[in-house]
Design a binder for this molecule. Structure first.
Ligand code: SF4
Length: 339
């Protein structure tokens, strides 16, 4: 099997909370707390979870914008947390980000030409004719004609700006794209178009992708593998089709139920789970035992005390819930109308 393009092991990002004149550390925010990710060449892995679960911080650490507190980030087998400045710079060319908010990701006074040329100039390309050729080619790849290079971001629609952001991520011919909720700011009518564009470009450029989303409906079409994140932890990991057909973690089931286009029809009927609604845990004060126990209706004393083991459900399918088999039996019995 080919070597993974990205392998993240036990990644942690903790922030000290300091107070007082002496700037003493009084607490810690455990934002990312032991995450494993593997992305094989050409694969799309989706990272799904609510706002505030640590997804964006995780991306910033993967991109080298922030230092990891602990853990390994290996790109083709090389741990990038141990690379020197120059090697990191080289690596950054191969890993690009697509941002959610296209307006703030583009300099308002720059023309599209200037925005797309910037990464090439920063990496030492000097030939203006060559740069312009690459910019025009990339604009065409994302469905915008060459004339768009003379415009500024304000004169574009949200969908056009997002296409520019995608073109900008591609100008350096990356191998891995980190996409931070790339379609969530768009109208529903545009989301499918941009998603299809991303899938076409992925095939054409042989890209691997980490696609971050808060909604399982969005990633159904695109994800080969799905990671469910909650309070800085991965609670379930499985091939895409397996998550929709056999979600085992109570939190994944909540996410499926809250994505109306999915909750009905995939399993034949909706889950109709009676789940506690509430806020995600405070990263400064994470729950003991299972991080999901404060919102899980199946939680018992053991869940409050013990951190659940990672359990293998089937090939490539793992769940961090000690009671998943019992819950599965109860859900099935409930669906059959048994007492
Ligand atoms: Fe719920 Fe307990 Fe499973 Fe955690 S371990 S998801 S609290 S049943």
């Amino acid at each position: 099997m080919a070597e993974p393009i990205l392998k993240v092991t036990n990644l942690k990002k903790h922030y000290p909370v300091r107070k007082g004149l002496l700037n003493r550390q009084v607490a810690t925010r455990y934002v990312v707390d032991g995450v494993d990710i593997q992305i094989n060449p050409g694969e799309t892995v989706a990272l799904v979870g609510e706002s505030g679960c640590g997804k964006t911080v995780l991306l910033r650490v993967l991109l080298g914008i922030e230092e990891a507190t602990e853990g390994e980030i290996c790109y083709y087998g090389k741990d990038i947390t141990k690379l020197g400045r120059q090697e990191r710079k080289e690596m950054r060319k191969k890993v690009q980000m697509i941002f959610q908010d296209s307006m703030s990701a583009l300099h308002p006074r720059f023309t599209i030409m200037e925005s797309l040329a910037e990464p090439l100039l920063l990496n030492g390309m000097k030939d203006r004719t060559q740069i312009e050729k690459i910019v025009v080619e990339m604009l065409e790849k994302v469905g915008l004609d060459a004339g768009y290079r003379f415009r500024n971001p304000e004169s574009l629609s949200g969908g056009q700006r997002q296409r520019v952001i995608i073109a900008r991520a591609l100008v350096e011919r990356p191998e891995l794209i980190l996409a931070d909720e790339p379609i969530s700011a768009l109208d529903v009518s545009l989301q499918a178009q941009v998603l299809n564009l991303l899938m076409d470009l992925q095939e054409e450029f042989k890209l691997s992708m980490l696609f971050v989303a808060h909604d399982l409906a969005v990633v159904r079409q695109i994800a080969d593998y799905i990671l469910i994140m909650y309070a800085g932890h991965i609670l379930e990991a499985a091939p895409g089709r397996e998550i929709y057909a056999n979600a085992c973690h109570p939190y994944t089931q909540v996410l499926l139920e809250s994505a109306p286009s999915i909750s009905k029809g995939v399993r034949g009927e909706a889950f109709h789970l009676n789940l506690k609604i509430g806020d995600a845990p405070d990263p400064m004060n994470p729950p003991s035992g299972c991080v999901f126990h404060t919102r899980c209706v199946y939680a018992d004393e053991g869940c409050r005390r013990r951190v659940p083991k990672e359990r293998k459900v089937s090939d490539g399918h793992y769940v961090a819930c000690d009671k998943y088999e019992e819950i599965g039996r109860n859900v099935k019995a409930g669906q059959r109308g048994e007492q």
